[in-house]
Ligand binder design. Sequence first.
Ligand code: NAD
Length: 522
Amino acid sequence: MASLAKTDQRRRKSAPGSRPAPAGPRVFHNFVAGQWGPAISQETFANVNPADTRDIIGTFPRSGAADVDRAVRSAQRGFDRWRRTPAPGRGDVLRRVGDILVRRKDELADIMTREMGKPLAETRGDVQEGIDTAYYAATMGRQLFGHTVPSELRAKWAMSFRRPIGVCGIITPFNFPLAIPTWKMFPALVCGNACVFKPAEDVPHTATMLVEIFLEAGLPPDVMQLVHGDAEAGAAIVAHPDIPVVSFTGSTETGRRIGEVCGRMHKRLSLEMGGKNAQIVLDDADLDLALEGVLWGAFGTTGQRCTATSRLILHQGIHDGFLERLTDRVQALRLGDGRREGTDVGPLIHAAARAKVEEYVEVAQHEGAHLVTGGRRATSGALAHGFFFQPTIFAGVQARSRLEQEEIFGPVLSVIRVASLDEAITVNNDVAYGLSSSLYTRDVNASFRALTDLDTGITYVNAPTIGAEAHLPFGGVKQTGNGHREGGWQVYDFYSETKVGYVDFSGTLQRAQIDTYLGTPD
Ligand code: NAD
């Protein structure tokens, strides 16, 4: 499936291009060097509603390397000032950002649903994640701890403390348009860095609002640069010699390309990438609970979450009955515009995403999986102008088949039958990714076995594969990540450099490892 994963072969909701902006739609801008304005090239792209492509949200600058360079120059000036602002003061700005997000929550949720499709309950949750991250970051302004430890020499202090690093390149995906940028930029800013922010081209309106909110909260303008655009702008950020830190969330294929460049340039890089998450249901589980879990995990955000439940591993003892109940519930899910009351599942993000799902349906049938429900575009009535796809279940999926191994990023669930917890753990672990996993059981020993042995960055017991909390570290192993974490206390290590200070007040030359106290106590 390599061809499907290639970013340069993808088609976005609308092809960015050099054609002039149509007369009607609202015109949006970059925020560079303290001002809102177009790309230097004047190129634009249109952003449309995936639930109804006749609804054009606006045109946005299609930025290139020259825009990124201008942004970096300004961010360097911003960094020089911001790094000297005391960290509690930096935290205060983030607290005000949180307050504004609370006030504008519904407005933001509506904008987000309009441009990426997930139902309003989910986009409100997305904003809430930003709010939680802001208040957590605000407190971290007073907690950027270092260590003070005893020196091995007399009359000498030894300590470590944090320093900001510089201009951070922030490249984000479409599926959490507000939460993911906040996971990156809030800690980056509290640590004293400046940001050049390149949001996904599918969700530029939410990103614009977030930058407006930073400014309203009192962030000095040079500290935040917003550069809209596609892979070209992202690649320019990655390759810019004066951006020492890059944080990326997106597909594994794009992350690999970014990693190659950053490796050559010795940049600090955080990668959060794809997933192929499984929910395991054992034969002693609370099946009602497990049923609610898989519905939410597999079809929430139309399956377009990095933590989406893409595989359902069922113990043979409950397989048939569970699958039957699940099928009934999936067939009752209501597809539609996420801004409409009662919608359970919104559209896919763009035509290419839907084409990719369709290709996997063909792959599944070729591999002999049994189509239980769905499997086709949904185009009737109000769905005719959006990128809708029926919630789909395949049963009889074989471990190590492509359907079972590859990230689809759509409303497609693969069901695998197993005979034991051991087999379930083997199936779960035998994929390239390792973000999230879930086990439903009433057996405490099985729970701890799963926590210990499932090869993922997150394991949920009796809860679906989705649902991370902002104050805990978030991230995956294997092809999902490169060892860093977002969220919680751990992300602050990524955005700060550890420096060590020694102060010798003995008045004599004391040589470390030579003039030690050892053997000479007095
Ligand atoms: P994507 O990789 O297509 O794009 C992500 C971002 O990278 C966008 O802003 C895009 O413009 C930019 N980009 C594309 N090519 C680039 C290049 N060559 N250099 C620099 N930047 C480039 O991903 P997407 O379709 O927006 O998001 C879906 C993917 O994101 C899925 O694979 C999903 O699993 C992953 N994801 C992972 C996590 C996580 O935390 N692990 C969270 C959300 C999404």
